[in-house]
Design a binder for this molecule. Structure first.
Ligand code: PLP
Length: 419
């Protein structure tokens, strides 16, 4: 066994070829959070095979896709079997009708349809984003944050090693804690070329105010940085006073790229559909438009998004589809309320859940993995340990509200007994 960074790897004795491994993989932390969660769940099942496990861990949707949306996808799939309905490659930036709908619904008067690029989801766009910026840029992330920002940055060479403090050297961590209302203290934040920022945040469920986002935009302008604004959960923001897009902030188009997704909105986690917004105003230091290079990345590394997903996306944004989906969003937010009421009865500090499908819970006197194990073994509920999202998540667990109502109610009953 040899140690590469903090990862312990068993070297194979089979024949070696001449190709060297990308050394950046050796810098990744040993375990991928959700694989480790799965491993520990399986360990419990080995000991207690009859345990009825409820998963409030991974943020995957559970409610079926409304029929009107499935029918739109069925129709285009069947049309493909006809001469007149057959399509080959689609436009690399997506169907105009879908780009128009996204503009109209989410960015009226803010963004042009030609600044929108349809994709197979944010996670793959994040990988393409790393190609766009190359390995030399420096990176800042909210701490805690969605792990893909860091892992895609590390794999593409933006960090040294994972240090004993469980942080990646060369990546700027912006602590977001209960003490700073989950918004980073920008007066103490070191400059980075690109700043990943997620609202509503996964995992804390926090949503910054207009004033806070103004501060972020000013910070990016002062430092000549680019904000990568991840709005995967924007549809969960019900408070009309909270911003849903970075472009609601004056001047944001000079410094921000935004990503959106149908995954959590329309239950498309398995169908795959998302988009990016690259404003024409955004330029590199040499004065060249960033959007031009993004077009080049897409034309070199992507052949467009499935036409079936895109037609489903259009149906999701039309009246009948949208109405049905709003009911599902309300259902998940109802789940979040049940869990939040339960945690408040228990008396643990609890954040998020009002404008987000996640609850961020401090378990008094416990480290994240200890709280995870304790809850798993005593209630058979799978949570996600907060420390897996960054060092500032230590002592927290995340609950996902994406479950079926009966499971959420049963989980709440078990948690109250656990107390
Ligand atoms: N961004 C955040 C913050 C997420 O939590 C997730 C998925 O959990 C994604 C992006 C991935 O989105 P997509 O399914 O569009 O790839």
């Amino acid at each position: 066994m040899r140690h590469f960074g903090s990862a312990c790897i068993h070297l194979s004795k089979s024949k070696k070829i001449m190709v060297k491994r990308n050394p950046h993989f050796g810098k990744l932390s040993a375990e991928y959070l959700f694989l480790e969660v799965k491993k520990r769940k399986e360990a419990l099942l080995n000991k207690q095979p009859n345990a009825k496990i409820i998963s409030l861990g991974i943020g995957d949707t559970t409610e079926p896709i409304p029929k009107v949306i499935a029918e739109a996808m069925e129709k285009v799939a069947l049309d493909l079997s006809t001469k007149s309905g057959y399509h080959g490659y689609g436009p690399y930036n997506g169907l105009e009708a879908l780009r128009e709908k996204i503009t109209e619904k989410y960015y009226p008067g803010l963004v042009d349809k030609d600044e929108i690029f349809i994709s197979d989801g944010i996670k793959s766009d994040m990988a393409r984003l790393q190609i766009l910026f190359g390995e030399k840029v420096t990176v800042a992330v909210q701490d805690p944050a969605y792990p893909a920002y860091i892992s895609s940055s590390v794999i593409t060479g933006k960090s040294g090693f994972f240090d004993p403090e469980q942080q990646y050297v060369d990546i700027v961590y912006m602590p977001c804690t209960a003490e700073n209302d989950f918004f980073p203290d920008l007066s103490k934040t070191k400059r980075a070329d690109i700043i990943f920022f997620c609202s509503p945040n996964n995992p804390t469920g926090s949503v910054p105010t207009h004033e806070q986002l103004e501060e972020l935009v000013q910070f990016a302008k002062k430092n000549d940085s680019i904000i990568i604004f991840d709005a995967a959960y924007r549809v969960f923001i019900k408070d009309p006073n909270l911003p849903k897009s970075i472009y609601e902030i004056d001047g944001a188009k000079d410094v921000a790229i935004e990503f959106g997704s149908f995954s959590k909105y329309a239950g498309f986690t398995g169908i795959r559909l998302g988009w990016s917004v690259f404003p024409k105003e955004l330029h590199f230091s040499e004065g060249l438009p960033v959007i031009n290079d993004w077009e080049r990345v897409l034309s070199s590394c992507y052949n467009g998004t499935s036409i079936i997903s895109q037609m489903g996306g259009i149906a999701s944004l039309e009246n009948e589809g949208e109405e049905a989906l709003n009911g599902i969003i309300d259902h998940y937010l109802g789940n979040a309320k049940i869990l939040k009421d339960c945690i408040e009865k228990i008396g643990w500090p609890c954040f998020g859940g009002d404008n987000a499908p996640y609850l961020w819970i401090k378990v008094p006197g416990k480290k994240s993995w200890d709280a995870f194990e304790d809850i798993l073994y005593k209630t058979h509920i799978v949570t996600t340990p907060g420390v897996g999202f960054g060092p500032s998540g230590e002592g927290y667990i995340r609950l996902s509200a994406f479950g079926h109502r009966a499971d959420i109610e049963e989980a709440a009953t078990r948690l109250l007994k656990f107390k």
